[in-house]
Design a binder for this molecule. Structure first.
Ligand code: RRO
Length: 300
């Protein structure tokens, strides 16, 4: 099986990397650089530092994971300092550095994308799908569910970093196929979008341990990931592959636990894949383990 691939013109040794949300610190980026991952994905990062939610923010079982991390990260000042070191660490190992950014306005996305490129990112992933941001008890809009808002973000980012920049957009799972088609059209019309990452966690899932929700932030609501998300992720990737022009590559993510899952995402139209839950559970060894399983699939 030919493992080499590319995303947005960036060559990758194979199609597996970590997903955003799993690497926020310099030491974590250095560990990923040394791992068998094909690229290092940092973020999501925001302009202001955020401590994230407190209490029980992550839960994982055999069939799914739940999280309401609340976008914890050290903010622009920290990343201005460490992104060049993260880029060096990744590049020394022959891997590109990808940076996921999350703004609270189109202008913030533009600022963050510009910062990431200036400090060494090879690709910026716009996180248009964070499900866990709450303000004064009210949930913030998940941006990708408003194609008008997506268009505004893309316009501001393009004005700031130019149409040639290598930018990906990360989407939530859409239950309405026509709404997915609408956002795909907005992404296709933008010059900056070279890749689409599908999918983020499914918003506002709820799980109980006895009488209490397993997640204590956000009234118990949490993003659902892990194996249960895989059929949904595969379906989103296949739909997007039909909706997007060929030059926009798809990064498949959602429930990858075995090499077979990578193979299924590739068959569905992804050019590369990411792991979050499986990486959090198994750390860096997950990359070589899954790639080994992928290579053993008969006829793959
Ligand atoms: O930090 C989070 O709570 C979070 C984010 Br930003 C996201 O994009 N997806 C997710 O499941 N959790």
């Amino acid at each position: 099986m030919e493992l080499q691939t590319e995303i947005a013109g960036i060559a990758l040794d194979h199609p597996l990397m970590n997903a955003a949300g799993t690497c926020k610190l310099l030491e974590e980026a250095q560990a990923l650089s040394r791992s068998a991952a094909a690229a290092v994905m940092v973020g999501s990062i925001t302009l202001q530092p955020r401590s994230g939610h407190s209490g029980n923010v992550y839960w994982s079982g055999a069939h799914y994971s739940l999280n309401s991390l609340g976008l914890p990260n050290r903010g622009a000042e920290y990343y201005q300092k460490v992104l060049p070191q993260m880029a060096d660490a990744a590049h020394q190992e022959g891997k590109p550095l990808f940076v996921s950014v999350a703004g609270f306005s189109p202008r913030e996305y533009a600022e963050l994308a510009n910062l990431a490129f200036e400090k060494g990112a090879d690709l910026v992933e716009l996180n248009l799908s964070c499900p866990n941001v709450w303000r004064s008890g009210a949930q913030e809009r998940v941006i990708c569910f408003s194609s008008a808002l997506v268009a505004k973000v893309l316009r501001r980012v393009e004005e700031r970093v130019g149409p040639e920049a290598k930018v990906a957009a990360k989407l939530s799972p859409f239950s309405d196929p026509l709404a997915l088609a609408k956002v795909a059209e907005v992404l296709s019309r933008s010059k900056i979008i070279k890749a689409v990452t599908a999918v983020n966690t499914f918003p506002n899932a709820l799980g109980y341990a006895g009488e209490e929700p397993v997640i204590s932030a956000g009234d118990g609501f949490a993003g659902l990931g892990g194996p249960a998300l895989k059929p949904i992720g595969l379906g989103q990737v296949r739909q997007l592959r039909r909706l997007l022009p060929d030059y926009i590559q798809i990064i498949g993510v959602g429930g990858i636990t075995h090499g077979q899952d990578i193979w299924e995402y590739l068959k569905s139209g992804a050019a590369a894949t990411q792991v979050a839950t499986a990486y959090l559970e198994r750390q860096e060894r997950v990359f070589s383990a899954l790639l080994g399983e992928l290579l053993e699939i008969p006829g793959a």
